[in-house]
Design a protein around this ligand. Structure first.
Ligand code: NZQ
Ligand code: ZN
Length: 385
């Protein structure tokens, strides 16, 4: 196992009716900016629950954070934070709202350069943020239990992430009932996003990490069991609850510690979203099988372990087992209703060229094998047509 340091400071408040706990979780004298998305919280009762819990408090509101939150929108909220002296940010919604809130929290206190976009573009370390709390309504990103944020800039077609210890929410409320109003498409995206998060920490190369491997396998098996239950019966509270906890534990950092990580599928997927607007989860379903095909030798040991322990696929012919498990993974995504193809998402040869240029310009090496721009192009060509 590799050396590591780790501390996850998020106070998780999980279960039915827990939004009422906001009253005790948010500091009594805080001037709060409640940040939300396009309005789902006004249709499913979450907005009313939050307002009730915070009755009598000073709460300003900022709605309109988009899926794949935009820098341009977040900067409008930064103006409010500065002019109103906001000292607590409450994110209510999905991962995009929370990621946007993390950027707003960091950008409001940012002084290192003229443009807070440098936090993402130049990875200027964030030292101070407005404290954040969150009510998460979409199990997918794990943002409620990590320090990551991913923000897009319209003017440059970029989608970039940053991590900061200051970005961990002070608390995250996870009420599975809030997820019952999710459109099926978002439930599917969430299952796939979680699945791929786990794979990016697990299907790499062995590092003598049996605890973390079994954590990963536990979450994958849970998604395989519980995902179809939720799609068959969206009001199944227990299955919703299990998906929600799977998403949070899938990207709270525990199972990656001491392991070799990949994150190539995410790096490529973010560029597809930036250029085509394809949902985050769908880009991952498209890219991961292709990346596994491309790196099948490098990932051989873990692909074989994944095949045996998660899908029960074994055999003497290693290549045949790897082919079978890649196909099984694609079938799983398809069974959820995600038939990911380049054609469906507009990933044309021209888009592939643009993505290769982005990686060339950045000079970035991705995956545990440190592949570069040329290889990214090869992976994209291997994606299902
Ligand atoms: O905007 P509203 O009206 O709230 O509607 C949202 C949005 O349209 C809707 N929604 C959310 N909760 C709902 C609901 N509709 C009905 N009922 C509910 N309970 O769902 C739509 C999608 O929401 P969004 O927040 O965009 O989805 P998700 O949580 O999947 O977040 C995706 C973003 O997170 C980033 C992705 O790149 C993408 O930008 N990621 C963040 C990560 C992190 N911070 O650690 C890691 C991930 O890998 C990912 O990159
Ligand atoms: Zn993701």
């Amino acid at each position: 196992m590799q050396n590591f340091e780790y501390c996850n400071p998020v106070n998780i408040v999980f279960g039915k009716g827990q939004i009422a706990k906001l009253a005790e979780l948010v500091p009594a004298d805080a001037k709060i900016l409640m940040v939300y998305g396009g309005g789902s919280i006004k249709h499913n009762g979450v907005y009313d629950q939050v307002k009730k819990a915070l009755e009598g408090r000073t709460v300003l509101e900022f709605g309109g954070i988009e899926p794949n939150p935009k820098y341009e929108t977040c900067m409008k909220a930064v103006e409010i934070c500065k002019s109103e002296g906001i000292d607590f940010l409450l994110s209510v919604g999905g991962g995009s709202t929370l990621d946007g809130t993390k950027f707003i929290a960091a950008a409001s206190k940012y002084t290192a350069t003229d443009d807070p976009w440098d936090i993402c573009a130049k990875l200027i370390p964030v030292t101070e943020e407005i404290p954040i709390g969150c009510v998460i309504t979409l199990p997918a990103t794990g943002s409620e239990m990590n320090g990551w944020s991913v923000v897009s800039r319209l003017s440059t077609d970029e989608k970039l992430g940053f991590w900061s210890a200051a970005s961990f929410p002070k608390f995250s409320i996870l009420d599975p009932e809030t997820t019952m109003s999710l459109p099926e498409r978002q439930t599917i995206n969430g299952i796939i996003d979680t699945f791929v998060h786990v794979c990016e920490q697990y299907v790499t190369r062995p590092a003598n990490t049996p605890v973390q491997d079994r954590q990963a396998e536990g979450v994958l098996l849970t998604l395989i069991e519980e995902g179809p239950k939720v799609l068959a019966n969206p009001k199944d509270y227990d299955a919703r609850a299990n998906l929600m906890w799977a998403a949070s534990t899938g990207l709270n950092g525990w199972m990656a510690k001491g392991c070799v990580e990949d994150w190539g599928t995410h790096a490529i997927g973010h560029e597809i979203t930036a250029l085509t607007g394809t949902d985050h989860g769908k880009t991952l379903a498209l890219v991961m099988p292709a990346l596994w095909k491309y790196l099948r030798k490098e990932k051989e040991a873990k692909l074989l372990q994944y095949a045996e322990r998660v899908w029960g696929i074994t055999g003497d012919d290693k290549d045949a087992v790897i082919d079978a498990v890649i196909e099984k993974t694609v079938e799983f995504f398809r069974s959820l209703g995600c038939d990911a193809t380049r054609t469906a998402y507009g990933v044309t040869d021209e888009i592939i060229e643009k993505i290769v240029l982005v990686f060339e310009r950045r000079g970035a090496k991705i995956t545990e094998c440190a592949i570069g721009a040329h290889e990214v192009g090869e992976v994209l060509k291997l994606c299902a047509k």
